[in-house]
Design a protein. Structure first.
Length: 248
């Protein structure tokens, strides 16, 4: 995805920014091939009714209001429905970050400036001082989002948020009934595994295995089965906790 130019609307202050995706897809890319001839599979848009391939300019969006009956929308009609703030990031509130459950967070972007601006620096320092995050609304591509803006050591990070109806939390809160001895062992096991979060320590084992397999196949070697640890099966919870602690 290319970087997107936009601006943060903060009251009457406009802060020009560039949206830079923070995360990249690190998966190894595979093409689908016809097993017989090893040629790439081509995907075509095909109309079963007209028995022919359809070009992009012949396609419209359709909403199925009942079985096999559609309301159609042209691109121009959908463009008319875009919110007025589709070219900016309009702040609507400031909240405590701990109030935003991480389950609502989707994709993050680093908001930078092409040149140093006083407004951007001031916004960073203000967020840092009040220890709040900004909730804003914007449009990315053709999709409307509410987003969270927070200050980090790298600058302002914007995270798109899921809407409440998209998050499948059950109604009410769960109640937990636990044994004090089991809880004590669980807390001790957590203490044994306590560590600092260092992202570089956590490697994508599956992708590393794929890359090694590619190298092996390129060198005429066969793909070997990855060794998997055999876990002891313990059905009693207290016994499982005790044994886990002994192993640690």
């Amino acid at each position: 995805m290319p970087n997107i130019h936009s601006n943060i609307s903060f009251g009457l202050v406009n802060i020009p920014i560039v949206m830079n995706p923070v995360v990249k897809n690190n998966d190894t890319s595979f093409n689908q091939l016809h097993k017989k001839c090893l040629k790439r599979i081509k995907y075509v848009k095909y109309c079963e009714h007209c028995k022919k391939e359809v070009k992009e300019n012949e396609i419209v969006k359709g909403y199925e209001f009942e079985k096999d009956n559609y309301l159609t929308f042209e691109k121009e009609e959908l463009d008319k429905l875009k919110p007025e703030n589709d070219k900016e990031i309009e702040i609507v509130a400031f909240v405590d970050e701990k109030e935003v459950d991480s389950v609502y967070m989707e994709k993050s972007y680093l908001l930078t400036t092409e040149r140093q601006t006083k407004a951007y620096d001031l916004f960073c320092e203000a967020l840092k001082k009040v220890k709040k995050v900004a909730i804003a609304k914007t449009v990315i591509g053709s999709k409307f989002y509410y987003v969270m803006l927070r200050f980090t050591n790298y600058g302002i990070v914007m995270t798109t948020l899921f809407f409440q109806e998209e998050v499948l939390f059950p109604e009410g809160k769960s109640e937990y009934k636990v044994n004090d001895k089991e809880l004590d062992l669980a807390v001790k096991l957590i203490a044994e595994l306590e560590d600092k979060f260092e992202p570089e320590k956590y490697q994508d084992e599956y992708q590393n295995n794929i890359k090694k397999a590619i190298d092996d196949k390129m060198n005429g070697k066969e793909v070997k089965q990855v060794k998997k640890k055999q876990k002891e099966q313990v059905s009693d919870l207290f016994e499982a906790l005790e044994k886990s602690l002994k192993k640690k």
